[in-house]
Design a protein around this ligand. Sequence first.
Ligand SMILES: NC(=O)c1ccc[n+]([C@@H]2O[C@H](COP(=O)([O-])OP(=O)(O)OC[C@H]3O[C@@H](n4cnc5c(N)ncnc54)[C@H](O)[C@@H]3O)[C@@H](O)[C@H]2O)c1
Length: 307
Amino acid sequence: MKILVTGGAGFIGSHIVDKLIEDTNEVIIIDNLSTGKKENLNSKAKFYQADIKNYEEIEKVFEQEKPEYICHQAAHASVPESVKDPISDAENNILGSINIFKLASKYNVKKIVFASTGGALYGDADVLPTPETYEAKPVSPYGVSKLAAEEYLYCFNFLNKLNYTILRYANVYGPKQDPFGEAGVVAIFCQKIANNDQPIINGDGKCTRDYVYVKDIANANLSALKSEKSQNIYNVGTGIQTDVNTIFQNLIKISGRNIPEKHGPARIGDQRTSAIDSSKIKQELNWEPKVKLEDGLKETYEWFKNK
Ligand SMILES: NC(=O)c1ccc[n+]([C@@H]2O[C@H](COP(=O)([O-])OP(=O)(O)OC[C@H]3O[C@@H](n4cnc5c(N)ncnc54)[C@H](O)[C@@H]3O)[C@@H](O)[C@H]2O)c1
């Protein structure tokens, strides 16, 4: 398959690229390197530094490469940033995505796989783990922009027969995640602990999330690209809730460091609980998470320690 990965220099996108290349596919990357890094680029992929907000610039890549499939990961991926600057979030995540969907239709792309979100769409749901059928009522501009892009895909399929699969990720963690952003508690803690610094746990540390390992996410993308099934939405997570204190204690055990637990003030508006039900993707695409939290944390910590 000839596959265009947008955001292929980012955390998740670069793991997807590595997996696709390992699976002997031809890979093209579009990334504007806003949060992505050159060092994440797989040397076997063809890289275009370009911005999905710029239709003409992106069309040149489509003209040149004529990709058969698209894996669309490029986005502003931060909830707090989206609250600070909802216009920029919408420009990237809605208008940028529309450019990709328009070009996918125009150049007869066989299928597009879109990176959406579970946690930011369902919010503090009263059904846990939350299934895809639960009403999406996002309370952040980021959640709204992801939901809008999902709806555009439905519309582009109706108008142009564009085939798509939407993957709603849980909280993704693993090597290469940016430890300096607001998101990614695992990356932040790994970086601090590896440097023998004290991580601060927000509030009582009892907020739960569904932590899914990035290589499992890469496999889910590969399964979705290969599947003949289309017009589908799948949650991609473990269904297991883990709280921040448990993440901290696990990492302390793995590291062998002697750093006591320290708590700071709770973050206003932090979701209390989150876990998503991924039984549909297991049933239809035969995907399930393979990496246990303890093993994923170990690999992630080792990566940060050696960096
Ligand atoms: N990390 C998570 O836990 C998580 C959870 C749910 C969904 N997602 C989604 O997964 C995708 C990847 O997220 P990530 O965590 O790897 O973030 P990331 O910031 O590491 O990756 C995003 C990539 O997109 C690129 N990009 C951003 N805007 C662009 C633009 N206008 N044009 C071209 N490239 C652009 C960035 O440079 C970066 O390389 C995003 O769509 C995100 O919303 C992530």
